[in-house]
Structure formats: structure tokens, C-alpha cells
Design a protein around this ligand. Structure first.
Ligand code: ADP
Ligand code: MG
Length: 702
């Protein structure tokens, strides 16, 4: 259970003074629902109000804090004009400008003849000094009401700076004095302050320099987070290995030989290399936890199948888990012929199977009459019992959480199943450590077998007409095309409408008087799964020649006849995503192209991204470049990565700390595996503080 010392931090935001339901909702949107989320929401900027010139000396354009006397009020003669208040110090006069302000309120805060301290941006307008809507208006004795250095936090529409800053301040004030969970010698050597002091410093920047990830305060907090991350990963692994030894799976090679004979191609060297690494792991006593990285279509699945056959050769079962039903069916269809050739029994299990069919599958599974089961997360269900699971393969796993990923292997009864995780997003080395701990890694590099290079073009949305004319010609000749529109949570409604509009527009533009009838399908994440599948199927069979889609097609869909990929608003996509999308074409025999259409404004990063896409199609190069351009939080997609939990650490900026945290975590657990020493107790607080409750639950004493 969460230690009592943390209770105040896990209270809801509305427990803060001055935060009602409306404000709470807005703050929760940018930071999260609890005080601890606010505490970890570090400032993005700092407003310096320490500049205190006389009015005559004030530099226009700067934020200044000045002391003045109120001279007179100049209400507007017509309503559309601003209300002005004239103020002065000994050196000059300045006008305060208010749009749509109530006169009685202004009279109240700026009474005639009163002295006031104002803080805001001073501008010069035709030789007249002006300050529009001062940020602060206080009596001289109230100067403490605002900070001369004001932290600036991320905001959202409807949430303004001041209530946000106040809420964060309130949350930080409630942080109880934390025990020291770090090694004192390390803290001293690094010049780190204790957690509470570091937190206070991080929230009270004075200069822009104080916002750097390399300040001692931010380093300390990042290190705390990284250590929690590394400890949790190691603890989860230790738990999963505990009590259940791996078992050597040697295989006979018979089924593998049969399947290989049925392959219409030969495996590439990188595939053979990866398979050899996997087989070696399986053959050893040690249980396998291996990550198989390879670009979209690089041929991971066939490698996985051969590994699964090895388990079947030893009389064991294997499971292959994919993130969507569609992918499950795709895997089933593509593996079926080889499974048949090898004489192994293949079955599938998704959320869709219910009732008697499901019962039969489960009974067969328990009786060992199914050798390989392919399914969605439905495989996690309690009642799914294997007779003897030897190998669990998880495809495109970053859709699953760390915990789920590990859970499947615990379905191995007598001994723990080997685990092979396949990912189509090449993960830069720095990130692999944070997301996967010390998982072993195999890579399938190089162009996917049989893949032709995809010609990539970048064009401005101004030339949409031209593009559509080209498309019409291509579609008339029998090509099939994707047209991808972005869909992000923040602007979901607008995006969805845009995708729908685009489908309508394309239907009109591509319909008659074109020589053939072109039909345009639409698929998006808000559709029912059945409708979505139907739309995908229509495109796969060629009933529709163009498919307008939000990014739902990103995940592993295979339509070899599709040769054109248009990505609209390409500037809004990450590199990895663009790369995945491009991987949807170039799968068949036809020459393929990818057209990245950008809309204004095109920022520097987006420009660099598009250039990278044009210059290379090596997924590993793209992944490293993506990391450089965007920073790690974005690279894998927050939810997809296991990085979702990072609030203060930046695995790139803090790469050196990550390595140290990894070693530190190993050392700690080697000495005190159940965290019962005094430092261990403090580390438990750390783990809960960073939401690694899962990991703590695995400790033997609680
Ligand atoms: P991944 O799982 O890595 O996305 P797949 O295993 O689905 O890729 O492979 C993509 C396609 O390439 C499949 O149709 C598969 O049959 C084919 N393929 C796999 N390996 C080879 C190979 N060595 N030579 C030719 N085609 C291959
Ligand atoms: Mg795949």
C-alpha cells in the first residue's frame, strides 16, 4: 500500500484552496488529476519582474515593475474604445489601457491619487508610454503578493497563467519532507540538494538557465525518476523469473524444416541471424526475454513462427499476441499455409469469439490440442489456460503496457515461458534501456525482403489540385491509394470532421467524369470495429480504390496492391509515424510512392523531419533522427512506450544519469532485494511517488 507520507500528494487537485471543479478540469488536462501531477509539472519558462526602472528610463517591450501614482481615469467616449487610466512617477506619465473593463472595478483597484505598484509589459506608442492590462496592480505594502520571478507552466485553452502557477505553488507547499532515498555519497558527489529543496528550486527559476535539464535541481529530480524507473523494471523482471525457471527448448528441427521447405522465399541473413539468437536463448536454461526489432515488413513474423515451431517440436505450445483483431486475422492467414505444411494446429482467440466456439477453443487449448494460439489481449483473460506454454510472442508490443507484456509469460505453468517481443518501431538505444530495462535485443536490419524503394515526395497543400489530377490518372490505371489524415486527441472532433470532408471532396473530385468509377472508402478510429474491418476489407479486395484514413491504418495492415500513400498534414506527424505509414506501400510488385503534403505553418522541426523522410528509408536512422528532433517523450508516443511515466527525466539529456541509475538499481536490488533496509524503505516511497506501485507489489514483504 502507498505509504501514509504520500497521502497528501495523491489528493485530488480540488483540495487546493481556490480550485473549483471548472479549474480542476482544466488543470487536470495539462498536468493530471492529482497534486503529485502538479508537483511534477515543471515550469517551461520564467517571467522576470525584477526590472524596476523609473518610467522615463523604462525600456519599451520589457516586463517591468514600477511604482506610480494614479492621476486620472479616462473612460471611453464610445464603447469600442479602451478605458484608460493615467499614472505617473517623478519622471514620466504612462497610460494604462484596458479593453472591455468595468469602470467601478478599475476605480476600486486604481483610486485617484493612490500609490500603486504595477507589473506588466511597457510599450511606447507614439511617444506615449503605455501598459495594456497590467499583470499586477497592488498597493506598495502588498508587493509580496507577486513573485519578482514568476514560473510559467504549460497551459491549455481556458486556463490562464496565474491560477495555474498558484495551484502548482499550493501543491508544492503540500509536499511532506521526504526521506533521502539516494545514496548519500552520490548525492554529495553530484552536489545534489535533498528532494524537497530540489523540487522547490526547480519550481522557482530566476533566469532562463534555471530551466535547463542540467541544473542540479532538475538533474536530481530526473535521477530520482530514472532510478524509480530502473528499479521497477528490474523488480518486475525479478518477480517474473522467480520460482519459475526457464526450460531449455532444444527442438528437433523437424517442423522447422517442413515450414522452411514451404516458404516461397529464403530467409535473409539478418533474419537467420535473429533466429539463431532466439534459438540460442530458447535452448538455454535461462528464460528468454528478447526484443526483436525490425522495420515494418522486415519479416519478423516468419522468424517468430519458426521460433514457435521449435517450441512445438518439444511438445510445448506457443502464443502470438497482436494488438488488434485485424492483425490477428492477418497473422492467421499468412501463417496458416506454413503451419499446415508443418502439420501444427493453429487457432485464434479474440474478443469476438464468444460462447460455444470460445469454449471449444479453450478446452482444446487446455488439452494441448492447439499448438499455436494467435490472439489479441483476450489471451490475458483468466480462463485462458494453456496445457504447456513454452513461448509467448508479443507483436507490436508498445501498444501493450510493460506489465501486460510480462503477464503473458506467467501463463506458462510449470516453468516460465520464453518471451519474444516484436517491435516495428526501431527503438534508439538510449530508449531501449528505459522502456525495456535490460532486455536482450535482436535486430533485423536492411531493406525488408522483396521491398522496392518507395519514391518519396514532399509538397505543399497549395498543389492539392495537381496531386488529385495525378491520383485520378493513377487510379484509373488500377492503382490503389491511401490518403491519411491526422487525428489527435486534442482536436479530435475537428480532425475527424476534416477526414470526413476530405473523403467527400475526393469522392467528388475522383468520381465521374473519370473514365472508370473510382470509389473512396473511409476508415477512422471512432467507427465500430466491424465497420472499420468492412472498410479495410473493401480496400483490400479492390472494391474501393482509395482509402481515406486517420492513422488507424498505421498498425500492420497489409494490402500489397496499394502503391500510393498520401499523408496530409505531414507536418503534424512524427518521423516514426511517417515511416510506418510509408511502410504500408511498396509491399507488392508495383512501383510505389509516398506523397507528404504539408500545410502552413511549417516549423523548423517539421521541415527537418520531412527532409529526413525524403533522404532515407532506414528505420534505424529515422529513429535516431526522430529522437534528436523531438526528444524521447514524443518518440514512441507517450502511451506506447513505457516512457509514458517520465515526468521530469529526459532520457536523452539525462543519458548519463540513466546509465548510473541502471547500475545503481542493480546494486540496490542485489544487496536488498526486498527493500527492507532503511534506504530500501525510502526507495519504496520513491517508487510509489513515481507511480510504480505495480513493482512494489511484487516485493515479498510489504
Ligand atoms: P513484419 O512482421 O516484420 O512486419 P512480415 O513478417 O509480416 O513483416 O513480412 C512481410 C512480408 O514479407 C510477408 O508477406 C512475408 O511473407 C514476406 N517475407 C518475409 N521474409 C521474407 C524473405 N526473406 N524474402 C521475401 N519475403 C519475405
Ligand atoms: Mg508485422
Amino acid at each position: 500500500m502507498r505509504p501514509a507520507i504520500l497521502f497528501p500528494l495523491f489528493a485530488e487537485i480540488r483540495t487546493l484552496a481556490g480550485v473549483g471543479p471548472k479549474l480542476e478540469k482544466l488543470i487536470a488536462k495539462v498536468a493530471g488529476p492529482r497534486l503529485v501531477d502538479l508537483v511534477f509539472d515543471l515550469p517551461l519558462g520564467v517571467v522576470d519582474r525584477s526590472y524596476r526602472p523609473s518610467l522615463a528610463a523604462a525600456e519599451p517591450g520589457r516586463i517591468a515593475t514600477v511604482e506610480v501614482m494614479v492621476l486620472d481615469h479616462l473612460p471611453p467616449r464610445i464603447k469600442s474604445q479602451p478605458y484608460k487610466v493615467r499614472v505617473s512617477d517623478e519622471t514620466a506619465v504612462m497610460e494604462l489601457v484596458y479593453f472591455r473593463a468595468k469602470a467601478d472595478w478599475l476605480m476600486e483597484i486604481l483610486p485617484l491619487g493612490a500609490r500603486r505598484i504595477l507589473s506588466g509589459r511597457i510599450e511606447k506608442f507614439k511617444d506615449r508610454l503605455q501598459m495594456a492590462h497590467p499583470d499586477y496592480v497592488v498597493a506598495p505594502e502588498e508587493i509580496a503578493a507577486f513573485a519578482l520571478h514568476e514560473p510559467v507552466y504549460g497551459l491549455t485553452e481556458g486556463l490562464t497563467a496565474r491560477p495555474m502557477a498558484k495551484a502548482v505553488r499550493g501543491a508544492v507547499e503540500r509536499v511532506p519532507a521526504m526521506p533521502e532515498w539516494q545514496d548519500p555519497a552520490f548525492v554529495k558527489q553530484r552536489g545534489f540538494a535533498p528532494f524537497n529543496a530540489a523540487l522547490a528550486a526547480a519550481h522557482n527559476p530566476v533566469h532562463d538557465d534555471d530551466l535547463s535539464p542540467q541544473t542540479p535541481a532538475r538533474q536530481r529530480l530526473a535521477y530520482d525518476e530514472l532510478l524509480a524507473n530502473q528499479l521497477a523494471l528490474l523488480m518486475i523482471r525479478a518477480h517474473l523469473r522467480e520460482g519459475k525457471k526457464g526450460r531449455p527448448i532444444a527442438g528437433t528441427g523437424l517442423l522447422k524444416a517442413k515450414a522452411m521447405a514451404a516458404l516461397p522465399f529464403t530467409l535473409t541473413d539478418p533474419q537467420l541471424q535473429a533466429l539463431a539468437e532466439i534459438e540460442q536463448d530458447m535452448a538455454s536454461e535461462k528464460r528468454m526475454l528478447r526484443l526483436l526489432q525490425g522495420d515494418v515488413g522486415s519479416g519478423k513474423t516468419i522468424v517468430a513462427l519458426l521460433a514457435m515451431l521449435k517450441a512445438v517440436e518439444d511438445g510445448l505450445q506457443a502464443a502470438l499476441m497482436a494488438p488488434t483483431e485485424l492483425l490477428v486475422r492477418q497473422h492467421l492467414a499468412s501463417l496458416e499455409p506454413y503451419a499446415r505444411a508443418a502439420g501444427v494446429r493453429l487457432a485464434s482467440l479474440t474478443g469476438r469469439e464468444k460462447g460455444a466456439g470460445r469454449e471449444t477453443t479453450l478446452a482444446k487449448l487446455a488439452a494441448g490440442e492447439i499448438d499455436i494460439l494467435i490472439g489479441t489481449h483476450a489471451l490475458f483473460s483468466e480462463d485462458v489456460v494453456f496445457k504447456n506454454l513454452g513461448l509467448a510472442v508479443v507483436d507490436e508490443q508498445h501498444r501493450f503496457g510493460v506489465h501486460q507484456r510480462m503477464q503473458l509469460q506467467s501463463k506458462g505453468k510449470k516453468s516460465a515461458a520464453d518471451v519474444l517481443v516484436m517491435t516495428a518501431t526501431p527503438i534508439p538505444r538510449t530508449l531501449a534501456l528505459t522502456a525495456y530495462g535490460d532486455m536482450d535485443v535482436s535486430k533485423i536490419t536492411g531493406r525488408p525482403p522483396g521491398r522496392k524503394p518507395v519514391e518519396t515526395r514532399v509538397m505543399s497543400a497549395d498543389r492539392l489540385d495537381e496531386l488529385i489530377a495525378h491520383l485520378r490518372t493513377a487510379l484509373d490505371r488500377g492503382s490503389r491509394a491511401y490518403w491519411v489524415c491526422p487525428l489527435v486527441e486534442e482536436s479530435e472532433k475537428i480532425d475527424l470532421a476534416a477526414a470526413q470532408d476530405r473523403a467527400v471532396m475526393l469522392r467528388q473530385a475522383l468520381g465521374p467524369p473519370s473514365s472508370k468509377k473510382i470509389s473512396v472508402g473511409l476508415v477512422h478510429g471512432k467507427m465500430k470495429a466491424t465497420e472499420r474491418d468492412a472498410a479495410m476489407l473493401a480496400f483490400k479486395t479492390g472494391e474501393t480504390q482509395m482509402l481515406v484514413a486517420t492513422t488507424v491504418i498505421e498498425v500492420g495492415v497489409d494490402v500489397p496492391e496499394a502503391t500510393i500513400m498520401v499523408v496530409e498534414h505531414a507536418e503534424r506527424f512524427g518521423l516514426a509515424q511517417l515511416h510506418q505509414l510509408r511502410g504500408r506501400v511498396g509491399r507488392g510488385t508495383g512501383k510505389s510512392s509516398c506523397i507528404l503534403v504539408w500545410h502552413e505553418p511549417l516549423g523548423e522541426t517539421a521541415k527537418a523531419r520531412l527532409k529526413t523522410m525524403r533522404d532515407t528509408d532506414d528505420g534505424f536512422v529515422i529513429a535516431e533522427e526522430d529522437l534528436r528532433l523531438r526528444g524521447p517523450g514524443e518518440v514512441l508516443g507517450r502511451r506506447q512506450s513505457g516512457l509514458e511515466e517520465f515526468r521530469m527525466a529526459d532520457p536523452v539529456a539525462h543519458a548519463d544519469l540513466l546509465g548510473i541509475a541502471h547500475d545503481d538499481a542493480r546494486l540496490v536490488l542485489a544487496r536488498d532485494p526486498d527493500l527492507i533496509s532503511p534506504r530500501g524503505a525510502a526507495l519504496r516511497v520513491l517508487l510509489y511517488l513515481f507511480g510504480r506501485d505495480e513493482a512494489v507489489r511484487y516485493l515479498r514483504t510489504g
